[in-house]
Design a protein around this ligand. Structure first.
Ligand SMILES: Nc1ncnc2c1ncn2[C@@H]1O[C@H](COP(=O)(O)OP(=O)(O)OP(=O)(O)O)[C@@H](O)[C@H]1O
Length: 388
């Protein structure tokens, strides 16, 4: 089957060659070496397939697709977890390390302490889990987060902007609850608008890059019968999605300031910050109809699949590195046609890790190419993916 414009082989990036996890989730130790282009982690439920892939996500995107709580990742009864990875390209080798202790994560690169912001996205990754299948129909926050998770891999600064923004919203919510004076709320509003506009403008830039890939993958996945798109409407005009490239920074500042002023009484009454990019709407459409209301199960799956492939394409184009694909238990969620489309995509140079309870979903060709790692739930695992 033909693939959309992105060809993974054009941008081979850093590859994970060795992974070591200690006192992480159910593992006392997990060691995998000589890792190849395609690794399939297979085993029954609760043996630690997701944990292994989560470890890779923490060492690449610097986040877990399961939790933001560091303490949940440390093996029960242990004080710290240690994660190590070796990444290699034709010209470079990088050792990445992470120590997780209660409430704290400390990264190292080539033995030297580094902030997460400095290593995030150095080796980019795209994860795809069953939770992502709710992207089209679930809460709007999931769609905003989906854009932001690409945004943080494209810009180091964006992560701290998002963190600052979230803190400001929390602070304002508290101030509204505590019924603090107008002057205090207004001073918070000034900062909220400035940081909020940074979030909004970066989101729009990321979305403008993602949209054409998303549309073209969707068209291919569905055989060209339907057109999908993704729309972004700011909180001040939720029924009027923005045309790509139509909002300048100055417009956004003026609109957000004015809308915040007009909602001051409502915010006081509801004791909640109602205005800002945390309240913006992101909508997928199929043939012009809102997917949240009208998309079938199959259309929802096509949307998520097209979105994930678009993420990979945009990250590859922007960073010059094909991202690692981390696919946790999604093969069982896709039907034959979408699964086979996806497998064609993975068949390029992109390094992929797939967890599954059985291998029946894979073609013989794919199984022949893959390193099949069988997990049985033991606390200590040592495996070498390939002999060469
Ligand atoms: N912090 C922790 N300490 C010890 N064990 C944990 C911790 N967190 C999760 N577990 C356990 O680790 C085991 C493996 O979980 P994991 O999600 O990796 O399994 P899985 O093989 O992906 O399963 P499934 O196929 O059901 O998704 C589970 O039994 C889980 O309860």
């Amino acid at each position: 089957m033909a693939q959309a414009e992105y060809s993974p082989s054009q941008t081979p990036g850093m590859r994970l060659s060795c992974l070591s996890l200690r006192d992480f989730r159910n593992y006392r130790s997990f060691e995998l070496s000589n890792i190849g282009a395609l690794t399939i982690l297979v085993g029954p439920n609760a043996v630690g397939k997701t944990s292994a892939v989560e470890g890779i996500s923490l060492l690449t995107a610097c986040s877990s697709f399961r939790t933001t709580q560091a303490a949940q990742m440390i093996k029960w009864g242990c004080e710290t977890a240690q994660l190590e990875a070796k990444f290699q390209s034709s010209s470079r080798e990088v050792d990445m390390g992470l120590t997780i202790s209660a409430g704290r994560r400390s990264y190292r690169m080539n033995g030297k302490p580094r902030k997460a912001a400095d290593v995030r996205g150095l080796v980019p990754a795209v994860s795809f889990t069953p939770d992502d299948l709710h992207l089209a129909k679930g809460a709007a926050s999931a769609r905003r987060d989906a854009i932001d998770s690409v945004g943080v891999q494209l810009s180091r600064n964006f992560y701290s902007v998002c963190v600052d923004y979230r803190k400001l919203v929390k602070q304002k919510n508290q101030a509204l609850k505590d019924e603090l004076p107008d002057a205090y709320i207004e001073s918070l509003n000034d900062v909220l608008v400035r940081v909020g506009v940074q979030v909004l403008i970066h989101r729009l830039q990321v979305l403008d890059r993602l949209r054409p890939h998303f549309q073209s993958y969707y068209r291919e996945i569905t055989g060209g019968g339907e057109e999908a798109s993704v729309l972004y409407a700011p909180c001040w005009a939720k029924d009027a999605p923005l045309e790509p490239g139509s909002l300048t920074r100055d417009d956004a500042l003026a609109q957000l300031t004015s809308y915040m002023g007009s909602r001051a009484i409502a915010e006081r009454a509801r004791k909640r910050c109602l205005v800002g990019p945390h309240a913006d709407a992101v909508t997928f459409t199929v043939d012009g109809h809102d997917a949240a209301h009208f998309a079938s199960q199959g259309q929802q799956r096509s949307i998520v699949l097209a979105w994930k492939l678009a993420e990979a394409a945009v990250i590859a184009a922007a960073t010059g590195n094909a991202p690692l694909l981390l696919l946790d238990d999604v093969m069982s969620e896709l039907d034959d046609a979408r699964r086979s489309y996806f497998m064609n995509f993975i068949a390029g140079d992109m390094q992929a890790f797939i967890t599954t309870t059985h291998t029946d979903y894979f073609t013989d060709d794919m199984l022949a190419r893959a390193d099949i790692i069988t997990l049985d739930g033991s606390e200590a695992f040592v495996g070498g993916a390939r002999e060469d």
